[in-house]
Design a protein around this ligand. Structure first.
Ligand code: KG4
Ligand code: ZN
Length: 370
């Protein structure tokens, strides 16, 4: 191992370029984040209301030198001190993945180091055990349930050592995705999820016209449990359109949550957000009735949602569940989670080969157990 005296080995350099963030991080052998740099392409994509894949790959290429230099400078480590290199291999935008994976493979090959192509979901799954302020990572329990809520995934996963099984998946949209789509219909600027969340903070949930949580017919052991968010999205958009017809919402509207939004819109967003979180809690309770679990680790971009954090915290206290909620710093896409996932693999004795990894825009992660 080439790591310096002051940091426990192995030193892992992580790369994440699956979508519109160019990220590089360095994590030490105790899962301490020595640096985590995320260069956002927000401004470049904002005029288009969403990520433009071709522009995103080009941005990764031009951002990479500065991002990696900053990660090394902050950690105070030269490239020669890196023992292991890891990059996201999918799922994501293929051109974007290719940039990060190619850079990572070349780096590992030239240094003669172990290389891991990490599944994006694997990165999120273990991120709740990362700590901020240079603290070592928390011990990852041998057995736990992981909830990943992001723009691409709404997945409940059972982890038993190295084996990850899928418990509940979304049948249609992901939770973060519907926040984005509903916010876009409202005219909020990209990424709309955090804006909708803030707007919802200023509204009240109506008891008269609540949004429904999709019913699970035949809820018995062995029957499929699922998430579904497209109905909630359609209903929210239908109600936005009704407010437009009534003249409550005019064409003259702010593009951020900070503007002067009419109360019915704020209340609508509060009701929408409430139902989105209620569905997570409903499925967690159903899953616990089927198979009780004591540890829940929650991650992904939408795990930054304020209501989700409040409600899951009290849910866990009420049920006696030990909750690991991803630190806000690592909820959205970052490279520290990719480096940490690779560190966990190394601890299990898995060594990766730089020449042996390819990218894929869609790849399964967990085995399904339904
Ligand atoms: O994990 P992430 O950065 O990228 C993916 O892997 O998808 O998650 C991004 C998603 C977006 O859909 C974004 O709108 C959503 O997370 N998000 C939120 C909040 N912050 C980010 N959704 C709801 N409430 C938030 N506060
Ligand atoms: Zn993600």
């Amino acid at each position: 191992m080439a790591s310096t005296m002051s940091h426990p080995s192995p030193i892992v350099l992580g790369i994440e370029t699956s979508c519109d963030d160019t990220a590089c991080a360095i994590v030490d052998g105790q899962g301490r984040v020595l640096s985590s740099v995320v260069s956002s392409q927000l401004k470049v994509h904002q005029p288009f209301g969403g990520v433009v894949p071709e522009i995103a790959s080009r941005e990764h290429l031009s951002n990479w030198p500065a991002v990696s230099a900053e990660a090394q400078a902050t950690a105070g480590l030269p490239l020669a001190a890196i023992d292991v290199v890891a990059a996201t291999r999918g799922p994501g935008l293929i051109g974007c993945l290719l940039v990060g994976l190619s850079v990572g493979r070349a780096l590992a090959f030239s240094l003669g180091r172990s290389f891991h192509g990490v599944h994006h979901l694997e990165g999120h799954l273990y991120s709740p055990f990362l700590q901020v302020d240079g603290e070592p990572a928390l011990t990852v329990p041998e057995s736990f349930v992981g909830l990943v809520v992001s723009g691409g995934h709404t997945s409940l996963l059972a982890v038993e050592g190295e084996v990850v099984r899928s418990l509940v998946e979304t049948r249609d949209d992901a939770m973060g995705e519907v926040f984005d789509k509903v916010g876009k219909r409202l005219g909020l600027s990209y990424p709309q999820g955090p804006e909708v969340d803030l707007l919802a903070e200023t509204g009240v949930v109506s008891r008269e016209a609540p949004f429904a949580v999709p019913k699970v017919k035949n809820d018995r052991q062995g029957a499929e449990l699922f998430f579904s968010y497209s109905g909630l999205k359609t209903e929210a958009i239908r109600q936005i359109e009704a407010l437009e017809r009534r003249g409550v919402l005019t064409d003259d509207r702010p593009s951020t949550c900070a503007g002067d939004w009419p109360a019915p819109v704020r209340n609508l967003m509060a009701g929408f957000r409430h139902a989105a979180v209620a569905q997570l809690i409903d499925r967690l309770d159903r899953q616990r009735r089927r198979r009780p679990f004591e540890v829940l680790a929650v991650s992904g971009g939408a795990a930054a949602n304020r209501l989700l954090r409040r409600q899951l915290t009290s849910w866990a206290v009420d049920r006696g569940v030990h909750l690991f909620l991803v630190p806000l710093k690592y909820s959205g896409d970052n490279a520290a989670m990719i480096a940490f996932a690779a560190l966990l693999r190394e601890r299990r004795g898995v060594r990766g080969d730089a020449l042996d990894t390819v990218v894929a825009s869609r790849i399964p992660f967990a085995k399904s157990c339904v």
